[in-house]
Design a protein around this ligand. Structure first.
Ligand code: ASP
Ligand code: MG
Length: 413
């Protein structure tokens, strides 16, 4: 069997759903498990509702917009008397019940935000069936088992695998299920972290021993840079797992960072293909040797540079670094780049305002702390002379670091 994954953009409106159904139907020669995300920007919209519930504000206007958005899609795809219209509204209206339950903030988030994937997959499955190509809707929460770490559920691989052993592909069956969501042992919905549907596809593939995973995207494959930023970007025909994993680490958003590991461990190739032109070859990520890769350029926006300066004439030492790392670890903040000098330690992190302000406050007990926001971290992997010079010499470089293969510069956007 193989696993397909379709993201929000591939089901963002009625024509996109039609296209997704056509791709599914064109691949019915092998058993298929299809993982689908929430439609378009639904997850962001549901996050706004969660925030309103937590702030005890009215959210009916926002909820109505989400209902209208899905209704406009089902209106185009189905007859007026099809059961799907009511089904979607009733799933979305369940938010009103959830909002009164005694959940923790993150637990509430997962119960509400997961509904985006539920309604999306109900629509896609109903539409594939409507076109006469049978498929079965699966509730991914029955199979993806996690701990109770809401918003970042940690997968319980053993129990997930056990649960999946009940899935039978006899007769070339096709299943449609949700990305991004799972369930705790006591029955509450969890999510796996934003953009986690790729990871879901990898979990199903690894547990079910799939022959491959295909992620369908709006780009022709994995490219050596974001084509919106560098129009001359090229598509890789193939990439080693290791190279792809490192790309995601540096911030390439084409694949979720957690996706590669389970696939590489199980030796399952990952294909990245274009949903607008299924005849394009795309990129094959697998165990392979590629002689010379072109420079790979990753832009990571919304970065913050924090500098901790010692307050007297001591130098930065292990004890002081210990304080900084402890504060980072307590807030689960990941460093993207770091550098030290005699009297200061500087590091670059994603700017998530709440967390960063807490971090700065805690560091201020020990250091003089400065920070700059609105920066972009540019990573050039496998650089050549030309790219090396170009990115180092651009305007606004605040911090720079290079090894034999990788250059990183932090610049004012
Ligand atoms: N819908 C979720 C999100 O937007 C998961 C995903 O798209 O992968 O984060
Ligand atoms: Mg998404």
């Amino acid at each position: 069997m193989r696993v397909f994954k379709f993201g929000g953009a591939s089901v963002k409106n009625a024509p996109a759903v039609v296209n997704t159904a056509s791709i599914i139907n064109a691949h019915k020669d092998e058993p298929l498990l299809v993982v689908v995300s929430a439609m378009g920007k639904t997850t962001n919209a549901l996050e706004v509702i969660v925030q309103s519930i937590l702030n005890k504000q009215d959210y009916q206007h926002e909820l109505q917009q989400i209902k209208d958005y899905h209704r406009s899609i089902t209106d185009t795809l189905f007859d007026a008397n099809h059961a799907i219209h009511k089904e979607i509204i009733s799933v979305l209206d369940s938010i009103n019940n959830l909002s009164n339950k005694p959940f923790s903030d993150d637990q509430l988030y997962d119960q509400v935000v997961s509904l985006g994937e539920i309604v999306s997959t109900l629509i896609v499955a109903a539409y594939v069936n409507h076109r006469g190509n049978g498929c079965t809707w699966l509730d991914a929460r029955e199979f993806i088992r996690t701990d109770a770490n809401y918003r970042e559920g940690k997968v319980d691989w053993e129990n997930s695998k056990k649960a999946m052993s009940s899935i039978s592909f006899e007769g070339n069956r096709c299943f449609v299920t949700q990305g991004f969501i799972g369930r705790t042992s006591d029955g509450f919905t969890t999510t796996l972290g934003r953009e986690g549907s790729d990871f879901t596809a990898a979990i199903f593939a690894a547990c079910l021993k799939a022959t491959s995973v295909t992620i369908w995207k709006d780009v022709p494959g994995v490219m050596n840079a974001d084509p919106k930023r560098l129009p001359a970007a090229i598509v890789f025909d193939e990439l080693p797992f290791k190279e792809a994993a490192e790309m995601t680490y540096y911030g390439a958003s084409v694949i979720h960072p957690k996706t590669i590991k389970p696939l590489a461990n199980a030796g399952i190739p990952l294909l990245v293909k274009n949903f607008d032109n299924i005849n394009l070859p795309g990129t094959r990520i697998h165990e392979c040797k590629v002689d010379e890769l072109p420079p790979l350029i990753v832009f990571k926006d919304n970065q913050c540079l924090i500098s901790c300066k010692v307050v007297d004439y001591t130098f930065i030492d292990e004890a002081q670094l210990g304080i900084i790392f402890k504060a980072l670890s307590e807030l689960s903040i990941k460093i993207n780049l770091m550098q030290n000098s005699a009297i200061s330690f500087s590091f670059c992190v994603d700017f998530r305002e709440n967390k960063i302000l807490k971090l700065v406050e805690s560091l201020q007990h020990h250091f003089e702390v400065y920070y700059n926001t609105g920066l972009t971290l540019i990573t050039v992997k496998n650089y050549d002379e030309k790219t090396f010079d170009f990115y180092r010499k651009q305007k606004g470089v605040m911090l720079e670091q290079s090894s034999r293969s990788t250059l990183q510069v932090l610049v004012k956007a």
